[in-house]
Design a protein around this ligand. Structure first.
Ligand code: FAD
Length: 550
């Protein structure tokens, strides 16, 4: 088959999905579903994956974008978990070095704060040991003066010192996409904008799903020996379709992040600090912006469109202004924002921030396997546990047997080591073509070694074509990343609406025009794409009075 992850071949992929009985069908193209599809394909299972919107468009593009080392678990006395999470972080950094990068994190310590100086010093040292932190990334305790030198804008009153340790930063949407891309490379058939609408049963066992292609409107039936519900915040809706929503249930907690231009909040490091109500908040510099997050509030409104309210915004602004008294952030400084929903398992009498972040597996009478909860960081282990269950249930009658989990050794698309070319070599190849330095740096972050695939397309475009580099990038995105909508390119494929809002605004018109050309949109489609982009840009700067139910 031609390129198995191309927007041009979506229809063929849907037909292919409908043409055979799969060993495993995964519902949901967030990080959880992505990890399961990759693991299962590597073990030799025949895997299909459907996503009702774009890949990573749910919680997996709305997180704090950190691959945690598990410091929080240490505080809860979960030593084994700290070990596991530390190991996972190291594996991800090795396998996806372009997407998972170490960043120093400053933990200022104040009189009466969550962490005392000696408790932090000992805690961080235990954490280094348990999580197997590399020597040069081990914690460093700082005196009050050293903290001020590191971050001169921090509040000085009550400051006792600080700890400097490492967290790893990622682009959650691209991590998800690249894991799916890798799964597709190993045989998964994955498609976006295909929604599971109903289950198909035989003798009360679930044997398939009815789906609707949200681009073409067509319907199809997909069959599989096992079906995994990896629908994140939507998981209970899927369980409802299966008639199995009883016992454990999800509660959703909303988390909001705000983005400001870096010069408005010019921190030199990421900072993890106490908000006035005792919760912990991150401030993370990234290129020309700094983002701030997060809130943690019970959520009962629309799962499809979680919004940022004025109250969410003001809570975070206040936390920053208390900790950085000279900064004076105001609502007008917010360049963009995002709100995500944590799918957590309900526990009697606990509020959202007290609920466990651990994942849960629920197997219904119909055989539907649901996995919910968890973190980006733990996706590989979650997948391993699920696929261990799946291989026991799939009983191939053609003599096939399945290999053990190998995802710890598999390079994620874009993370390949190409002999001794290295980052500089990749950039050098772009420089020779005359591509702007800033574009090259961005492409390297977004695509890793797949930058070479964009160069190939760049070379095929006549030299004096205007917008040659954007065109090459869009061609790659459509042909190799199944990009079907302009909003997905501006938000999920490039992160522009999050991290470079002005660029998103200035490039929107060109993106629409070039995509219309490449995907041969008719005038009606052009209009609706334009409207969707306008709405997205408006949304990124809009704050609601309250959560919306639509
Ligand atoms: P999702 O990403 O939501 O994916 C589920 C997918 O299923 C969606 O894309 C949806 O469209 C699809 N779907 C739903 N219904 C259907 C259907 N009927 N048919 C087909 N598809 C369907 N974790 C970390 O490790 N580090 C962090 O820094 C971090 N920060 C966070 C901050 C916030 C504010 C939040 C909310 C979470 C954070 N997390 C973090 C947790 C992490 O983001 C989530 O655990 C993870 O993204 C959940 O992924 P998922 O695949 O389970 O769900």
């Amino acid at each position: 088959m031609e390129n198995a992850f191309s927007a041009y071949h979506r229809r063929t992929i849907v037909d292919r999905l409908a043409s055979q009985n799969w060993d495993l069908l995964v519902i949901g193209g967030g990080i959880t579903g992505a990890g399961i599809a990759l693991d299962a394909s590597l073990r030799g299972l025949r895997v299909g994956l459907i996503e009702k919107s774009d890949f990573g468009s749910g919680t997996s593009s709305r997180s704090t974008k950190l691959i945690h080392g598990g410091l929080r678990y240490l505080k809860q006395g979960e030593f084994k978990l700290v070990q596991e999470v530390g190991r996972e972080r190291a594996i991800l950094h090795t396998n996806a070095p372009h997407l998972v990068v170490p960043v120093p994190m400053l933990l200022p310590i104040y009189k009466g704060g969550t962490f005392g100086y000696w408790a932090s010093s000992i805690g961080l040292a235990i954490y280094d040991w348990l999580a197997g932190v590399k020597r040069h990334e081990r914690r460093k305790m700082l005196s009050k003066q050293e903290v001020i030198t590191h971050e001169p804008l921090l509040k000085k009153e009550g400051l006792k010192g600080g700890g400097l340790y490492y967290e790893y930063r990622t682009d959650d949407a691209r991590l998800t996409l690249n894991i799916i891309k890798t799964a597709v490379h190993y045989g998964t058939k994955a498609v976006n904008y295909v929604e599971a609408t109903q289950f198909i049963f035989r003798a009360e066992k679930v044997i398939g799903v009815r789906v609707q292609d949200r681009i073409t409107g067509e319907e199809a039936e997909l069959y599989a020996s096992t079906i995994v519900n990896a629908a994140g915040p939507w998981s209970d809706r899927i369980r409802q379709l299966d008639g199995s929503l009883q016992g454990k249930r999800l509660v959703l907690s909303k988390g909001v992040h705000l983005v400001v231009e870096h010069h408005k909040l010019p921190v030199q490091h990421s900072v993890y600090f106490d908000a006035p109500d005792g919760r912990m908040v991150f401030i993370i510099p990234r290129g020309k912006i700094t983002y701030i997050g997060t809130t943690d509030t019970a959520y009962h409104a629309s799962i499809d469109n979680p919004n940022t309210t004025k109250q969410d915004r003001d809570y975070l602004i206040h936390a920053v202004n208390v900790m950085f008294p000279q900064v004076h952030l105001s609502p007008q400084d917010i360049q963009s924002h995002w709100a995500g929903l944590r799918p957590l398992i309900y526990q009697e009498g606990k509020n959202p921030s007290e609920l466990s972040r651990k994942d849960e597996i629920i197997i219904s009478h119909s055989g539907l396997i649901t996995i919910a909860g968890g973190k980006l960081t733990g996706f590989r282990k979650m997948a391993q546990r699920i696929v261990d269950i799946v291989v026991k249930q799939v009983k191939p009658n053609d003599g096939r047997s399945f290999a053990p989990c190998t995802t710890d050794k598999v390079v994620i698309s874009g993370g390949e080591r190409l002999g001794n070319i290295g980052k500089e070599g990749l950039i050098q190849r772009g420089r020779k073509r005359g591509i702007q330095e800033s574009i090259l740096a961005e492409w390297l972050d977004l695509y890793g070694t797949n930058i070479l695939e964009i160069y190939k397309r760049y070379d095929r475009i006549p030299p004096h074509t205007s917008e040659r580099s954007l065109k090459a990038q869009l061609q790659y995105s459509i042909e190799e990343e199944m990009t079907v909508n302009a909003v997905d390119f501006l938000k999920l494929r490039t992160g522009w609406t999050y991290f470079q809002f002005k660029k998103a605004e200035t490039e929107a018109e060109s993106v629409l025009r070039l995509m219309a050309d490449l995907l041969t949109w008719k005038s009606e489609e052009k209009d609706s794409q334009k409207k969707a982009v306008e709405q997205l840009l408006k949304q990124m700067q809009e704050f609601h009075d309250e959560d919306t139910f639509l």
